[in-house]
Design a protein around this ligand. Sequence first.
Ligand SMILES: Nc1ncnc2c1ncn2[C@@H]1O[C@H](COP(=O)(O)OP(=O)(O)OP(=O)(O)O)[C@@H](O)[C@H]1O
Length: 254
Amino acid sequence: MIVVKNVHKSFGEEEILKGISTTFLQGKTNLIIGQSGAGKTVFLKCLLGLFLPSKGSISYDGENYATLGNNGRRKLRQQMGMVFQGSALFDSMTVEENVMFPLRMFTKQTREEMLKRVNEVLERVNLQGANAKFPSEISGGMQKRVAIARAIVNKPKYLFCDEPNSGLDPKTAILIDNLIQEITRENNITTIINSHDMNSVLEIGEQIVYLKDGLLEWEGNKDIIYKTDNENIINFVYSSELFKKVRKAQLQGL
Ligand SMILES: Nc1ncnc2c1ncn2[C@@H]1O[C@H](COP(=O)(O)OP(=O)(O)OP(=O)(O)O)[C@@H](O)[C@H]1O
């Protein structure tokens, strides 16, 4: 569980996050949504410990990153997995080497132990046998699955995903969403996803935080979002004609 209390973040005179408080739940897919420029990436970077909040606190199962020493921060960072936008695989490394990378960085496991774990996670994301392939030899959806395997190989307590299905076709996007949700539940991870994708909101939004101009304007989940009378959210989530029809049907209990 990650507890965020009154987080502000400024760059010089400009305040980007203006006092955000929320709780991200363990074993759930928590989504951060909001229009371009709302502050989602800055918030995600604060949650990753890449930016320190100017004010307020973020605690990870009781540990406040800002007040930890170097050792404590390193340990906490090792408990975080990250799926970057566009996968961010190392092009010159094979799938196996990409997935093994965090184990080489953060553990003292033997090559045999690392390989066993790599094969376990590759199997979990349905990429068994793809070890020797290079990123350029596999599809975008497969690259994303490699990125997920790499993010979970070190058994993180916290998983952060920045636009995990950007650039994927709708069917593959849903498969990736569902895979992240399944892995989150199986391993009881606190997963936070920065998303633009309204399909994801309605499919896996177990906890949704809607940011607007650096403030948390609404929070809830996919089962209640259609009931909101907040015009900003209605216009954002249900922006297309199709989604407007979906909302109407939801309101009519269809
Ligand atoms: N390192 C930085 N220094 C100064 N300003 C920054 C920095 N990073 C982000 N900002 C500013 O913070 C604001 C919010 O940016 P952010 O990237 O968090 O938005 P976002 O909600 O993620 O948008 P998008 O959906 O387009 O990615 C922007 O005005 C941006 O210019």
